[in-house]
Write a protein that binds this ligand. Structure first.
Ligand code: ADP
Ligand code: MG
Length: 313
C-alpha cells in the first residue's frame, strides 16, 4: 500500500465544513465571520502516553478526544482537525480500527479531518484542532477572581487508577478495572460543558496532568490562590473504595474541566450540570495570595508537594 493509498483509504472522508479538505497542498477553511479561531495541538507518543500494543480503536478516539478537551476548556465550537501520524508499518487492520475510533468521535462533534502528514517511524500521533469562539467569550486561564467558587466536572482519578493497575502498582478486581479503564482509554471531552460556560465561568482549564497541577495553571495565570476541600472532590465508587489521595490530586488523564465562577452563579452552574447530565462539584474557593491549600475533613492541611505530571521533571 502506498502512502497515498493509505491516506485515501483511511483518512479521507467528506468534509462538509471545509472549502477544501484532504488531497491538496493545503486545506481551505472559512471561519464564521465575527468569530476567532481557537487552535491547539496535542501529541500522543507510544511508550509515553500509551502502551505500544494499545487497542487502535481506543487510540483513535483518545487522539482526538484530548484535543477536543482543549477546545472544551476554551469554550470553543469544534470545526476542523489535522492529523500527523508516524507509523512503524502500514498495517491495514490497525489503521482501519484507528480511523474508525477517530472518525466516530469526529462525527459526534462535527469535526472534519482536513489534512495531515503520514510518515514511517515510531508510532506517534499528533492532532491539531481548530475551533471557533467569540473572542470576548473564550474561557481563559487568567480570569479567576478572589471569592469565586472552584468547580470540577465528572470524577477524578479513575484513569490514573486504571493506569496504576496496568503498571502493576495496584491490583483491581476485573469489574473495578473495567469501570476505570473507560476513563483511561475513551475519555469523553466536555465540549457541551465548555460551550455552556461561556459568559459564566471566569476561567477554565481541562485536567490532563492532574487536578492540582492544572488548577495551579489557573492560579498562576490569574495571580490568585485557592482553598480546596478534599472531601468535596468528586470520585467514583472504585476510587473511593481504593482511596488513594494522590490519584485524585495528581493523577493524570482525567480530561474533566476545572473552572471558576462567581458564588452568585452557583445555581446556574448546577442547572447546567442537570441540563447536560454531567455532575458538577464545587470543590473550593479562590483566595487572595498564591498557592493551593487542600484541607481534609478536620480542616487540617494536606501536604501536596510535587503533585502533577511533568514530562521533564
Ligand atoms: P505534501 O507533500 O504536500 O505535504 P502529503 O503528500 O504529505 O502532501 O499529503 C497529501 C494530502 O494528504 C494532503 O492534503 C495532506 O494534508 C493529506 N494527509 C496526509 N496525511 C494525512 C493524514 N494522516 N490524515 C489526513 N490527511 C492527511
Ligand atoms: Mg506532507
Amino acid at each position: 500500500m502506498s502512502e497515498f493509498d493509505l491516506i485515501r483509504r483511511h483518512f479521507t472522508r467528506a468534509t462538509p465544513g471545509a472549502l477544501l479538505g484532504v488531497g491538496d497542498d493545503c486545506a481551505l477553511l472559512q471561519a464564521t465571520p465575527g468569530r476567532v479561531l481557537a487552535v491547539s495541538t496535542d501529541m500522543l507518543v507510544s511508550g509515553t502516553h500509551f502502551f505500544p500494543d494499545a487497542d487502535p480503536y481506543g487510540l483513535g478516539h483518545k487522539t482526538l478526544a484530548v484535543n477536543l478537551s482543549d477546545l472544551a476548556a476554551m469554550g470553543a465550537v469544534p470545526r476542523w482537525a489535522t492529523l500527523a501520524i508516524s507509523l512503524p508499518a502500514a498495517d491495514d487492520m490497525w489503521l482501519e480500527q484507528f480511523s474508525a475510533g477517530f472518525f466516530a468521535l469526529a462525527a459526534r462533534y462535527g469535526v472534519d479531518l482536513v489534512g495531515g502528514d503520514t510518515t514511517r517511524g515510531p508510532l506517534n500521533l499528533c492532532v491539531t484542532i481548530f475551533g471557533e469562539v467569540d473572542a470576548q467569550q473564550a474561557l481563559r486561564r487568567s480570569g479567576a477572581q478572589v471569592g469565586d467558587e472552584i468547580w470540577v466536572s465528572g470524577t477524578l482519578g479513575d484513569a490514573a487508577l486504571a493506569l496504576a493497575h496496568m503498571q502493576g502498582r495496584v491490583r483491581l478486581e476485573d469489574d473495578e478495572f473495567a469501570s476505570c479503564a473507560v476513563a483511561l482509554h475513551q475519555p469523553q471531552p466536555r465540549v457541551a460543558l465548555g460551550l455552556a460556560l461561556r459568559g459564566l465561568a471566569g476561567s477554565a482549564i481541562d485536567i490532563s496532568d492532574g487536578f492540582l497541577a492544572d488548577l495551579g495553571h489557573i492560579l498562576d495565570a490569574s495571580g490568585v490562590g485557592a482553598e480546596i476541600d478534599f472531601l468535596a472532590l468528586p470520585v467514583s465508587d472504585v476510587v473511593r473504595r481504593r482511596f488513594v489521595a494522590s490519584y485524585l490530586l495528581s493523577g493524570g488523564d482525567d480530561y474533566e474541566l476545572c473552572f471558576t465562577a462567581p458564588v452568585s452563579r452557583h445555581a446556574e452552574v448546577l442547572a447546567i450540570g442537570q441540563e447536560i447530565d454531567l455532575p458538577l462539584s464545587c470543590v473550593g474557593r479562590i483566595v487572595a495570595g498564591h498557592g493551593c491549600f487542600v484541607r481534609d475533613g478536620d480542616g487540617k492541611l494536606i501536604d501536596t508537594e510535587g503533585a502533577g505530571y511533568d514530562h521533564f521533571r
